[in-house]
Design a protein around this ligand. Structure first.
Ligand code: SF4
Length: 357
């Protein structure tokens, strides 16, 4: 691969070797004037990921631009590690994955194959497609919700599946995302923290603002603080760009609908998901909320949520025998009216929709 490829795919092993060959030390990168541009670009990489969900392209006309771009990657990793916030780590991993996917769409198949090799994703050429073992395929696609990714909808020949360049690039996106999420945050020592102190503080503030903005935009009418722990957990997953299992998605959409959020507000919540498809998600929301199905579904009761394995982090109110929380909506009502109903929750089945607060 050439230096231009390293700058487009700076997470590759060869790109790290290229940096070593240039003789750039960690100390140089952190403090030397010559690398001020690389530090700025690394910070921009993180801001792009946080605020736009993708790392913006920039011109890489000169050798200096290209080296700066490669160096911006280890810088971005140090910034993300210095901030050490799960929300940012997940946004960053997602954005690097999406950026790589978008670049691979326009590359030759040889480049896609090389990127796979350097990401330790075993694949081989099959004409104009790439083939991989079905167990690897399952490893990377098990969290993709769309039916087209189900193994039953994919042809398996001699234990292998063949994928178009586009689909294979999507698999690589997941592989990179998983790798970054498992690697970050890195341990960062005092020298790094001191050298990047001001930028890390700014990135922390931006992360808090961004998280708040999501909350404010999506749930302005209602108090998220009063949501049951299971729903807070699902929202955290959705806002971090994680795919929710079908049962959790159903529970969350029906819950949000019953507390008074519009279909559009619910749709916004899922818009950062890696496989977000606005029309498909809108269709599902309209079905669950009764717009198209004629049935206004309610979230499952707590016992059902438990049996699905999606009763996450039940708190003291969930477990208080006097409160008798049997339903996520009962929890929400209790939290919103603590003075009026201090010890009992209404029956979940007969309660109907909760009033918006
Ligand atoms: S007990 Fe019910 S309300 Fe509480 S976290 Fe579990 S499912 Fe949610």
């Amino acid at each position: 691969m050439d230096p231009l490829s390293y700058s487009k795919f700076p997470f590759l092993r060869d790109a790290a070797e290229h940096v070593k060959d240039q003789g750039v030390t960690l100390e140089d990168l952190l403090v030397h004037q010559a690398y001020r541009g690389a530090r700025a670009r690394g910070k921009a990489r993180v801001i792009d990921a946080l605020e736009h969900g993708v790392v913006q392209l920039r011109p890489m006309a000169t050798e200096g631009d290209r080296l700066e771009e490669v160096l911006s990657y280890p810088m971005a990793r140090m910034y993300v590690s210095g901030v050490n916030e799960r929300f940012l780590t997940k946004r960053y991993a997602l954005a690097e994955g999406v950026t790589m996917y978008e670049r691979l769409e326009r590359e030759d198949l040889d480049v896609v194959e090389e990127v796979a090799y350097q990401l330790d994703v075993a694949a081989s050429r099959d004409g104009e497609s790439l083939r991989m073992h079905f167990s690897d395929y399952l490893k990377y696609t098990s969290r993709m919700r769309s039916k087209e990714w189900k193994l039953v909808n994919t042809e398996v020949k001699s234990g292998h599946v063949s994928l178009s360049q586009l689909k294979f690039a999507r698999v690589l996106q997941q592989a990179l995302q998983d790798r970054l999420e498992s690697e970050l945050p890195l341990p960062v020592d005092e020298t790094i923290l001191r050298a990047l102190e001001g930028d890390i503080r700014e990135l922390k503030d931006r992360t808090v603002l961004m998280r708040e903005r999501y909350k404010a935009e999506d749930f302005g009418k209602v108090s998220v603080d009063n949501f049951p722990p299971c729903m807070k957990h699902f929202i955290g997953m959705a806002q971090a760009g994680e795919n929710l299992p079908h049962s959790a998605r159903f529970a969350l959409v029906s819950f949000m609908h019953h507390i008074g959020l519009s279909a559009e507000e619910i749709l916004n919540l899922f818009s950062v998901s890696p496989d977000f498809d606005a029309s498909k998600t809108k269709y599902q929301i309209d079905h669950i909320t009764g717009e198209t199905s004629g049935t206004e579904y309610t979230p499952p009761e707590c016992t059902t949520m438990k049996s699905y394995g999606i009763c996450f982090e039940p708190d003291s109110l969930c477990e208080n025998p006097k409160a008798k929380v049997k339903h996520p909506l009962s929890y929400y009502r209790l939290k919103n009216r603590p003075m009026r109903r201090p010890t009992g929750a209404p029956s979940s089945r007969s309660s109907g929709p909760a009033a918006p607060q």
